[in-house]
Design a protein around this ligand. Structure first.
Ligand code: THU
Length: 137
């Protein structure tokens, strides 16, 4: 699966945003991660009273996918509250890079705007990944 419905993935991320637990920032984020086998894994940010224990939407979706047996991904859509596309934070870029440097990232906003990026080329150039450790199993 390389061809996919970009708007459908953005819509899935936007809907997942409704599950966010964000009482502190009030900034809800939803993510939809498309695996190459066609499955879509959803995530939303889950905040914590110990603020540093907050988990981003992308880092909810990715481990759910891995636990379900998916390690090869085509695209991620991430949609946040507010106007303008929300791009993944640095920690999320790194975690996604582990599995798919060529991931297409669709960053969306609640206003319906979106931008398309390539993870490695645009969002984490010269990123550190498993190849450097001669692993990549
Ligand atoms: N957040 C995400 O879920 N993903 C990102 O890539 C950026 C930030 C969340 C974390 C926190 O709950 C809220 O947005 C404000 O930082």
């Amino acid at each position: 699966m390389t061809d996919f419905d970009k708007q459908a993935l953005l819509d899935a991320a936007s809907a997942a945003r409704g599950s966010a637990y964000a009482p502190y920032s009030k900034f809800r984020v939803g993510a939809a991660l498309l695996a190459r086998d066609g499955r879509v894994f959803l995530g939303a940010n889950v905040e914590n009273a110990a603020y540093g224990s907050t988990i981003c939407a992308e880092r909810v979706a990715l481990p759910a996918a891995v636990v379900a047996g998916a390690r090869d991904f085509v695209a991620l859509a991430v949609v946040g509250d507010g106007d303008g596309p929300v791009t993944p934070c640095g920690a999320c870029r790194q975690v996604l890079f582990e599995f798919c440097p060529q991931l297409i990232v669709l960053a969306g906003g609640a206003d319906g705007s979106s931008r398309r990026y390539l993870l490695g080329a645009d969002l984490l150039p010269d990123g550190f990944g498993p190849i450097r450790l001669n692993e990549g199993q």
